[in-house]
Design a protein around this ligand. Structure first.
Ligand code: UGA
Length: 441
C-alpha cells in the first residue's frame, strides 16, 4: 500500500495562507485551511479566490475540486486533521506604535492547541518580531492537553505578491528554524519535492529564522531608498537616476534588482516590517543599530510628497479644480492589493488639495474604492485621461507601458511618470511633456 499522504493544516487563509495551502496541495499533500472569517472560507471552499493573484485561482479551483484542498472555520476539525500546522495569519502594524501586532498569531495558537489529541508540530510562517516563536512554544506548552507534546518551528516566507505561486513552488531558499532534530526531519520531508530541484534548505535556530525574514525585507527596502536618495541628488544636480542606477547595477556586487527609483515602496510588508524591526531593536536595547532604517522610511515617504509637489508644479502652482488622471492604484503591478499604496496616497493628497482625481487600475479599482471611496474611478485608461490637465503614472502595469500616447486625449499633454517605466522618448514624440523625479525635464 502507498503510505498515507502527509496531512497539513494552514491556519490563516489570507495572501500567505491561501498560497501556501494551494501550493502544498499542488505538491500532493492533503491540506485543510482554517480561518475565523466565514466569508473568506465560503469563497475558498467554493474554489473562489477572494483576491487577485496570477495563477493562484486556478490552483485553488483545481485542488478544491480534487478534494485535496479543503477549508473550515472549526479549529477542532483542523486540530484533528493535521500532523503539521502552519501558522500564516497576519501581523499588521499596531495602531498605537510602530511594533507588529502579534495577537492574531497568539490567538491562532490558542484556538488550535487545546483541541490537539496527539503530538503535533506548529510551524510559523508569519513575519514576526524575533522572540515570538519562543513565546509561542511557552504558550503551546501551557495550553497543550495532558500527554500531548506540541513543538514550534519557524519557516519564514519570502513570496512576492504577483508572483506568489512561483515564489512558493520555486523559492530561492527554504529556511527553517528548529529546536529539535525531529522537527527538521519533518520539514525536510515535507519540502523534499521543492528542495530536490536544487533549492538550498537552510537550518537555523528559532531567533535566526525569524530575523532572516525581517533582515531580508529591511535590506530590500534600504536598496530602494538608496536609489531614491540618489534620485533626490540627481534632481538637485541635474543628473539622471535611471542612467545612474543602470550604471552602478552592472557591478555584480550591487546588481540591478530593487534599484528602481520612483514613487517608492508600499504594500503590506516592507513599510511595516522596517518599522517593526526598529521597534524590536529598541525593546532589545540596540535601537542604535537600526536608526538608519528611520532614514530609509523617511526617504520613502518623501517620494510621495515630492510626487505631489511635482504635480502641483506642473499644474502651475495649484491643483485646485484641476482634473488629474491617476494610472495605477495597487501598491505594485500584478496585484489588487492597495495596502499602503503610494499611488493612492498621492491621489488622496491631490484630492485634499482640491483636484478632481480619476483613478484607473487594471485590477485594483474595487479594492481601492473600498479604502478611498471619495476618489473618482474610471473603468478604462481613456475614461480617466480624456480631458485631464495632468496624467500621473503611479503603478507600472504592463498595460500602461503598452499604451499608444498618440491616441490619448487629455486637455494638456503632460505626464508625470512616478515609476520611470514609460518610454519617455515615445511619449515625447507624441507631443507629451514627460516629467519624473530624479530625471532632467
Ligand atoms: C516583499 C518582499 O519582496 C518579499 O520577498 C516578501 O516575502 C514580502 O515582502 C513579504 O514580506 O511578505 P511584496 O511586498 O509583495 O514583497 O512586494 P515587492 O515586490 O517587494 O515590492 C514592494 C514595493 O517596493 C512595491 O511598492 C514596489 O513598487 C516597490 N519597489 C520595488 C520599488 O519602488 N523599487 C524597486 O526597485 C522594487
Amino acid at each position: 500500500d502507498a503510505p498515507e499522504p502527509i496531512r497539513v493544516t494552514v491556519v490563516g487563509t489570507g495572501y500567505l495562507g491561501a498560497t501556501h495551502a494551494a501550493c502544498l496541495a499542488e505538491l500532493g499533500y492533503d491540506v485543510l485551511g482554517l480561518d475565523s472569517d466565514p466569508a473568506k472560507i465560503a469563497d475558498l471552499a467554493a474554489g473562489r479566490l477572494p483576491f487577485y493573484e496570477p495563477g493562484l485561482a486556478e490552483l485553488v479551483e483545481r485542488h478544491t475540486a480534487s478534494g485535496r484542498l479543503r477549508f473550515t472555520t472549526d479549529p477542532a476539525e483542523a486540530a484533528a486533521f493535521g500532523d503539521l500546522h502552519f501558522v500564516c495569519v497576519g501581523t499588521p502594524q499596531r495602531r498605537d506604535s510602530m511594533a507588529a501586532d502579534t495577537s492574531h498569531v497568539e490567538a491562532a495558537v490558542a484556538a488550535l492547541v487545546p483541541h490537539l489529541r496527539g503530538d503535533a508540530l506548529l510551524v510559523g510562517k508569519s513575519t514576526v518580531p524575533v522572540g515570538t516563536a519562543a513565546g509561542l512554544q511557552q504558550l503551546a506548552d501551557e495550553l497543550a492537553p495532558a500527554g500531548v507534546e506540541v513543538g514550534v518551528a519557524w519557516n519564514p516566507e519570502f513570496l512576492r505578491e504577483g508572483r506568489a505561486v512561483d515564489d512558493t513552488l520555486r523559492p530561492d531558499r527554504v529556511v527553517v528554524g528548529v529546536t529539535d532534530p525531529r522537527h527538521e526531519k519533518a520539514l525536510r520531508e515535507l519540502y523534499a519535492p521543492v528542495v530536490d530541484a536544487g533549492v538550498p534548505f537552510l537550518v537555523t535556530d528559532l531567533a535566526t529564522s525569524e530575523l532572516v525574514k525581517v533582515a531580508a525585507n529591511a535590506f530590500l527596502a534600504t536598496k530602494i531608498s538608496f536609489a531614491n536618495a540618489i534620485a533626490e541628488l540627481c534632481d538637485a544636480a541635474g543628473g539622471d537616476v535611471v542612467a545612474l542606477t543602470d550604471a552602478i547595477g552592472h557591478d555584480a556586487r550591487i546588481g540591478h534588482q530593487f534599484l528602481s527609483a520612483g514613487l517608492g515602496f508600499g504594500g503590506g510588508c516592507l513599510p511595516k516590517d522596517i518599522r517593526a524591526l526598529m521597534a524590536r531593536a529598541g525593546e532589545l536595547g540596540v535601537d542604535e543599530a537600526l536608526t538608519f532604517l528611520r532614514e530609509v522610511d523617511a526617504i520613502n515617504m518623501r517620494r510621495r510628497s515630492r510626487t505631489v509637489a511635482l504635480a502641483v508644479q506642473e499644474c502651475g502652482g495649484s491643483v485646485l479644480g484641476r482634473r488629474i488622471a491617476v494610472l495605477g492604484a495597487a501598491f505594485k503591478p500584478g496585484t489588487d492589493d492597495v495596502r499602503d499604496s503610494p499611488a493612492l496616497n498621492v491621489a488622496a493628497q491631490l484630492q485634499l488639495q482640491g483636484a478632481h482625481v480619476r483613478v484607473h487600475d487594471p485590477r485594483a479599482n474595487a479594492t481601492a474604492a473600498r479604502m478611498f471611496p471619495t476618489l473618482g474611478y474610471a473603468d478604462t485608461v481613456e475614461d480617466a485621461v480624456t480631458g485631464a490637465d495632468l496624467v500621473l503614472h503611479l503603478t507600472e502595469w504592463e498595460e500602461f507601458r503598452a499604451l499608444d500616447p498618440a491616441l490619448l486625449a487629455p486637455a494638456r499633454r503632460v505626464v508625470v511618470d512616478g515609476r520611470n517605466a514609460l518610454d519617455a522618448d515615445r511619449w515625447a514624440a507624441a507631443g507629451w511633456r514627460v516629467r519624473a523625479l530624479g530625471r532632467p525635464a
